[in-house]
Each structure stands twice: as C-alpha cells, then as structure tokens.
Design a protein around this ligand. Structure first.
Ligand code: PLP
Length: 442
C-alpha cells in the first residue's frame, strides 16, 4: 500500500506535493465548498447555488453531510423542466422516465456496496429501510429472539431495534444484547465479537452492526462475523451509514443478509435524501418472507392492473413501498456518477493515504495531548479519525470555527475528522493538524 512505503513529512510543502501528485484532485472542483465568509453568513445569500466568495473551509464533516456536487442542480432542473413540459406524461416520456427512474441508480449503487443489481434498490430513508428489513429478517422464536448490536449504537438504530422487539412482545432488556469493549478499551476486538456469537448465538435471531462505528470509526471484519453468525444460525444486517462510499464493500461475497445506508453522508445526495437497501440474492425469491408491502414493490407487468393481490418483485425492489421522489433520485444520480468516474478503489486508496497522513501529523505532537481512538490498522478503518482530547475540546472547536474548520464534536470529548477523497486536499489535512498543534504546544 502506498501509505506504508511513503515517508510522510510534517510540512506544508510536502502536503502540496501530495496534492500535485493526486490524480483525484480534479474532483474537488466538481463540488461547491462552503467558505469562511459563507459559513459566517457574511455574504448575500444567492438564490442559485454558486461557489461562494472567499477562502474554502477545511470541511471535514463529509461523514455527517456530504457537499453539493455542482452537477446536482442541473440534474434536478432537468426533472423540473420535464414536469413543466410533460405533466403526468413524464412518467414515460421524460428524458429519464420517472416510472423506472430508480433503476438508473441501481448499477451504480451496486458498485458502491459490492452487490449484484438484483440485490440493491434506492428507496425511503435509512431508518425506514432498517424497519422494513427487520420485519422480514428479525423473526424471533421462543428459543431464538435476541438482537445483537454494538453498545452505544447510533440512537435511531437503538430505538428501531427496541421497538421491533416490542412488536414481538419483548422488552428491550430481554431481547437486545450489546457488544461492549473491554474495560479501558474504546474499540471492540473481533475475537470478542466472535466469542459472543459462539457463546450466545443459539439465542440470537439477528446481528445488526454498523460496518463502521459512527463514533469510533472502527470498521469491523464483516466476513468473519457473518461466517460465524451463519454457522450459529443468526441473520446479519449491516447499517452502512458510515461505510457506503467510504470503504470497499463486498456485501454479496460476504454473504450479508441485508444492509441499509443513507446517501447523504459520504454519498453527497443532499440533506435527508433517499437511502439504499441491500437484500442478498439468496433471499431474492423468498416470497413467503413476511414483509410490509406497497405498490412499487409489485410486479411491474401488472402493477397498473391495480389488483388486490400483492405479487412482489424478486430482489431488493420487492421491498419498495411508494413511487419515489424523483428530485431526490436525480440528486443522487449526479453524485453517484462522480463516484463511478473516480472509482471506489481509487477513492479508498486516497482515503487511506489521507487518514494515514492525518494520523502521522497528529502523532507528531506532544504526548498526552490527544489520543486517536480509531484503530491504526487501515483494514480496520475508513476515512474517519476520532480524536479524544485531554484538555477542553470545546475551546478547540471555537478555534476551528474561527479558522474555517468544520468537523464534528460528540460529547464529552471526541472530535471526528473525516477527509473525503472526492473533495478534500492534503493541504486541508495539513492545515487542520497545524491548528491542533498550536493548542498542543501552547
Ligand atoms: C446517520 C445515521 C443514521 C441516520 O438515520 P436516518 O434515518 O437517515 O435519519 C442512522 N444510523 C446510523 C448508524 C447513522 O450513522
């Protein structure tokens, strides 16, 4: 891997050289970058999106909300124009007909998560998809009714899991089992996860993990977990909110039962935009799986016959409920095309270099000032580094704001910084670390 043969240097000139050598650097200009002035709301708000004047922020929050591709506007405008010109006829005659519009995203989404087209669909939002999947894949019995999750999982996941258990008559503490790091440790050890499954698997109906933990940035060894889980008869679902568009994923080959993800974090589809859903091919024709049904999941040939009997489509499409919001699909199409042009492998390589460089710079500071809690092994992380600070991190956040750094703070003391391969630069990474260094050496 490049990052291991490359000797990093703590200098602005070195960061600039990395940018000059970076074949993906050209993608930065495909995005609107908020600037210090625009964030401080010191400029006139424009009715049309345009690159705001001033110096671009050091935007390290793409794991919370990805930036806007410049092409997004054009893609949405196309649908507005076709709607104006065609009305309902747009379902068939729009340049990208609305009836099959979600299909234009299927292959690109499949490439992002390492799936077959049959296995993925863009629909709803993340938590909705999580519920739809649990209706089908959390089928508790008297002996096997537990759901295994990470302790401190994202709150929406915790609520979803507890409410699904309640639907089957179980209290949260009866059904929900949590994986906790060892005392004094921040991240889970794979061996501990596997041991838990080995010991308790007979009682576990479903294992639901973020493939990257949103707080620690730890990426799990999904393949090993799925293997062990299936050996014990448990289903495995993944929440890829922090994995899709970040890590190289092989959902099909890993044999994951289902996965859900949002597209507005790494995948830049816009606030609250549509989510993705994966159902493994081996479940594609299990039509007797209980599911919540809607007309968009019905056989396309007979959908408009409007009959009373639900005839589900094979694959992930069979879980669709409603006809989808076209403007949101258009926004996602704009972004996924950028991923296709850049290539997920290239993006991950650059991401590893970014994370490695940031780690190098952070470690090149007086000891004890900060601790990186994200694993140092590139196989166990993506683009995010979670950093714990010994002294008041809120003060540092203030300084960040003044310097135009945008990153994410989680109580009580963790800052998450995520250099995004599509639009961040090595200079961003260098400048971010330089600001922290000023505090460390104060
Ligand atoms: C971002 C995120 C969510 C958000 O759910 P929405 O339904 O999109 O609001 C849920 N779970 C995880 C792990 C997340 O990171």
């Amino acid at each position: 891997m490049i990052s291991s043969i490359l000797k990093f240097e703590n200098s602005e000139a070195f960061a600039k050289q990395l940018d000059a050598d970076d074949e993906l650097a050209k993608f930065r200009q495909e995005f609107f970058m908020p600037t210090r002035e625009s964030i401080a709301m010191k400029i006139e708000r424009q009715s049309e999106p345009a690159q705001p004047p001033g110096e671009p922020c050091i935007y390290l929050a793409g794991n919370s909300l990805g930036l806007q591709p410049k092409s997004t506007r054009r893609y949405i405008d196309e649908e507005l124009v076709d709607w104006a010109n065609l009305g309902v006829e747009g379902h068939w005659n729009a340049r990208h007909p609305w009836l099959p519009y979600h299909e234009f995203l299927t292959e690109m989404s499949a490439r992002i998560v390492g799936a077959k087209p049959l296995e993925v669909v863009v629909m709803n939002t993340l938590t909705v998809n999580l519920h739809l999947m649990m209706v089908s894949f959390y089928r508790p019995t008297k002996e096997r009714y537990k759901i295994l999750i990470e302790s401190g999982a994202f709150p929406s996941d915790q609520y979803a899991v507890a409410s699904q258990a309640a639907l089957h008559g179980y209290k949260r503490n009866e059904a929900v089992l949590e994986l906790t790091p060892r005392a004094g440790e921040d991240i889970l050890r794979t061996e501990d996860i596997l041991n838990t499954i080995e010991r308790q698997g007979d009682r576990i109906a479903l294992i639901l993990l973020g493939n990257v933990n949103y707080l620690t940035g730890q990426a799990f060894n999904v393949q090993a977990i799925v293997e062990k889980a299936h050996e014990k008869g448990c289903s495995v679902g993944l929440n890829l909110a922090h994995g899709a568009g970040n890590l190289l994923l092989q959902l099909h080959d890993w044999n994951v039962d289902f996965a859900v993800w949002c597209n507005y974090k790494y995948l830049n589809s816009g606030p609250g935009s549509l989510a993705g859903c994966f159902v493994h091919e081996r479940h594609a024709r299990e039509f007797d799986l209980p599911r919540l049904a809607g007309w968009w999941g019905h056989n396309k040939e007979t959908r408009f016959k409007m009959g009373p009997d639900f005839d589900p489509l094979p694959g992930a499409e069979g879980w669709q409920l409603s006809n989808p919001p076209i403007f949101q699909l258009a926004a996602l199409r704009a972004s996924l095309e950028l991923f296709d042009r850049a290539g997920m492998k290239n993006l991950r390589n650059k991401g590893d270099l970014f994370t490695g460089y940031l780690e190098f710079l952070l470690n090149d500071m007086p000891g004890g000032f900060l601790k990186i809690i994200t694993p140092s092994d590139p196989a166990e992380r993506g683009s995010q580094l979670s950093i714990r600070f010994s002294s008041n991190p809120k003060q540092m956040l203030e300084a960040f704001k003044e310097e135009g750094v945008i990153c994410d703070f989680r109580e009580p003391d963790i800052i998450r910084a995520t250099p995004i391969p599509l639009y961040n630069s090595f200079l961003d990474v260098y400048r971010f670390a330089a600001i922290i260094r000023r505090f460390a050496t104060k």
